[in-house]
Design a protein around this ligand. Structure first.
Ligand SMILES: [Zn+2]
Ligand SMILES: [Zn+2]
Length: 261
C-alpha cells in the first residue's frame, strides 16, 4: 500500500509535512497556527481530519507554533527528543502526550518507522528524518547549515526527498537582513543555499528516486524562479526524467504525491 505525502506549508513562517500510510497519519512539524494547519488538513486528499501523531524536528517557532493546539484537539502524542522538549517556546502550550525519541535511534509509529539523525543547525538537538513504510523511504531534511557526511549517508536511497533550498547567496548578501542574521543563515548552523541543495541532490540521485520537494525557501532571500532555474539542468538530463519536482510554498499546500513500492 502506498504512502501519501503532502507538504502543507514551508518557509520561515511555518512548516508542516503530512505523511499518511493506510493506517497512520502523522504531521512532521506544525509551524503554522493550529487553525491554519487544520484548514490545510481539511482540504488535503490524504487526510480525513484524523491525525495519529505529531513529530518535531526542532524547537524553532516555524516548526512548532501549532503543535500544542493540534495535540490537544486531536488528543495525540508529540514525538520529540529531550533537548527539543526542554527548549520549546512556552507559548506552544501543553501536549496531550509526549513520547521521547533518541537522536540516532529509530522509532515506530504504528506502521511507519522514523530514523531521526542529527543536522547542523542552531537549535538544541535538531534532526532530519528518514521515514520508512514497507520498502519505501522518504527523506525529510530542512533547516541545516551544511549537509554533513551523516546527512548524506542517511538520505541515500530514498524514493522521495523533501530538502531545504533556503536562499540565494547573492540575494541574502544584498538583502535587508542585519549582518549578524546574514552570518547566522550562511553559517554551518544556518540554512542551505540553493546551489548547496542542488549539489546534494545530484549526489543523492539514484534510479529509484521519484519525487523531490524543495522546501523552506526564504521569502526575502529567495525566489521560486531562482530555484526552478537551477532545476532546469536536471530536467534536461535523461536520468532525471522520472523525477517529479515541486517547490514548497508558505501560502498553500503542495500537491500530494504517492510513494509506491
Ligand atoms: Zn525552519
Ligand atoms: Zn530552524
Amino acid at each position: 500500500m502506498p504512502l501519501l505525502v503532502q507538504l502543507l506549508a514551508s518557509g520561515s513562517k511555518g512548516n508542516s509535512l503530512l505523511v499518511c500510510s493506510p493506517k497512520t497519519r502523522v504531521l512532521v512539524d506544525a509551524g503554522l497556527s493550529g487553525r491554519e494547519i487544520a484548514r490545510r488538513l481539511q482540504s488535503s486528499p490524504a487526510a480525513d481530519g484524523r491525525l495519529d501523531a505529531l513529530v518535531v524536528s526542532h524547537e524553532h517557532t516555524d516548526h512548532v507554533r501549532g503543535m500544542g493546539v493540534l495535540s490537544r484537539r486531536h488528543d495525540v502524542p508529540v514525538y520529540l527528543n529531550q533537548g527539543t522538549l526542554e527548549a520549546l517556546p512556552r507559548q506552544v502550550g501543553e501536549f496531550a502526550g509526549v513520547v521521547n525519541f533518541f537522536t540516532g535511534t529509530p522509532f515506530r509509529i504504528q506502521d511507519l518507522v522514523f530514523q531521526p539523525f542529527s543536522v547542523s543547525h542552531d537549535a538544541r538537538d535538531p534532526v532530519g528524518f528518514v521515514i520508512s513504510h514497507e520498502n519505501s523511504k522518504l527523506g525529510v531534511c530542512t533547516d541545516l547549515g551544511v549537509a554533513t557526511k551523516l546527512v548524506r549517508e542517511r538520505l541515500r536511497g530514498c524514493r522521495a526527498l523533501v530538502l531545504e533550498s533556503n536562499h540565494d547567496p547573492e540575494m541574502l548578501i544584498n538583502g535587508p537582513y542585519p549582518w549578524p542574521l546574514k552570518q547566522r543563515i550562511q553559517s554551518r548552523h544556518g540554512h542551505l543555499c540553493n546551489s548547496d541543495t542542488l549539489d546534494l541532490l545530484a549526489e543523492l540521485h539514484h534510479e529509484g528516486l521519484r519525487h523531490v520537494v524543495l522546501a523552506h525557501l526564504s521569502e526575502t532571500n529567495n525566489r521560486p524562479e531562482r530555484v526552478r532555474e537551477g532545476l532546469v539542468r536536471f530536467q534536461e538530463l535523461e536520468q532525471w526524467r522520472p523525477v517529479s519536482f515541486q517547490i514548497g510554498s508558505q501560502q498553500e499546500s503542495c500537491r500530494a504525491f504517492q510513494l509506491d513500492q
